[in-house]
Design a protein around this ligand. Structure first.
Ligand code: C2E
Ligand code: MG
Ligand code: MG
Ligand code: MG
Length: 280
């Protein structure tokens, strides 16, 4: 009987774990060389000033188009690339693309900044800050044109990551905490971290329904940011009502499908030019 029970347990649990491991291994293998095979592109999602509706920045978002698998979402492949270490090379490439774009936008006379997601693995690379500054210098983009987005979970090793962020910030690169409020860190670290921007996770934006309860977390994050003199960017704004409520609560900036989906880099220029034409 004991043997049968053990077998039953084995049958119930093992296949799903194997499947997941096999899927991860297959993805990890498919990711190898994907950069060289030019399977990645970067899209840019506008970040707007909520009061004026003007585009002030854009977030670089990686896209992977595999010849057989098709479009694989970042939420699926980034964690795999993180575990395999591929994220270091891929992330470096995203950074180069994004910095080239922001240099182009600025040469065209548009004072936009670009935000780039940096993974925990990249933050722990000892030469990250030096690399980032070199990429900026080579493209002729000022450090002020770049915002590095990190998540609370990136802060696991603290001292190492904080040192990298401090170096970047000392040179003028701004630091944003992404998906703020969804991690497990204590609020205490906010006063120690070199931070400029809090991004309010879209799960809190989705709760904005005109009630005080729905607004509680977004409001608390905005107040906290105001006291610490940080800028807030609300993520995942899909409705006019959410945008209006966030502006009311005091969030300066927003991002979401209401304004634009992530688009090709040329379209960012077109979007801003169209705004200027309306204003003129
Ligand atoms: P994130 O950095 O929080 O990026 C915002 C995500 O929300 C993007 O998903 C964006 O397309 C999506 N989004 C924007 N507006 C809306 C909206 O109104 N409604 C909804 N439902 N979603 C919206 P995406 O592009 O699939 O990226 C998912 C995550 O993958 C990112 O979340 C980020 O954590 C990661 N990621 C993307 N690109 C990179 C990268 O180059 N490097 C690293 N390390 N991570 C990346
Ligand atoms: Mg982000
Ligand atoms: Mg986010
Ligand atoms: Mg996210």
């Amino acid at each position: 009987h004991a043997a049968r029970a053990a077998t039953a347990t084995f049958v119930v649990h093992e296949p799903s774990m194997n499947d997941r491991r096999a899927a991860d291994a297959a993805l990890a293998e498919a990711l190898e060389g994907a950069l060289q095979r030019a399977e990645f592109t970067v899209l840019y999602q506008p970040i707007v000033d909520l009061a004026s509706g003007r585009v002030v920045a854009a977030e670089a978002l990686l896209r992977w188009n595999h010849p057989l698998l098709g479009a694989v979402p970042p939420a699926t492949f980034i964690p795999v690339a993180e575990r395999s270490g591929e994220i270091v090379g891929i992330g470096r490439w995203v950074l180069e693309q994004a910095v080239d774009e922001v240099a182009r936008w600025r040469r065209a006379g548009l004072p936009l900044s670009v935000t780039v997601n940096v993974s925990p693995r990249q933050l722990r690379e000892p030469q990250l800050a030096r690399d980032v500054l070199a990429v900026l210098a080579r493209a002729g983009a000022p450090p002020e044109s770049l915002v590095v987005e990190v998540t609370e979970s990136a802060m696991v090793d603290e001292a190492v990551e904080i040192a990298a962020l401090r170096r970047l910030r000392a040179e003028g690169v701004r630091i944003a905490i992404d998906d703020f409020g969804t991690g497990y860190s204590s609020l205490q670290y906010l006063t120690r971290l070199p931070v400029d921007v809090l991004k309010i996770d879209r799960s809190f934006v989705a709760q904005l329904d005109g009630t005080a309860e729905g607004a509680a977390i977004a409001e608390a994050v905005i107040r906290l940011a105001q006291i610490l003199r940080l800028t807030t960017v609300a993520e995942g704004i899909e409705t006019e009502r959410q945008a209006a409520e966030l502006l009311d609560l005091g969030s300066e900036r927003g991002q979401g499908y209401l304004f634009s989906r992530p688009v090709a880099p040329e379209q960012i220029l077109a979007l801003v030019r169209a705004e200027e034409d309306v204003a003129a």
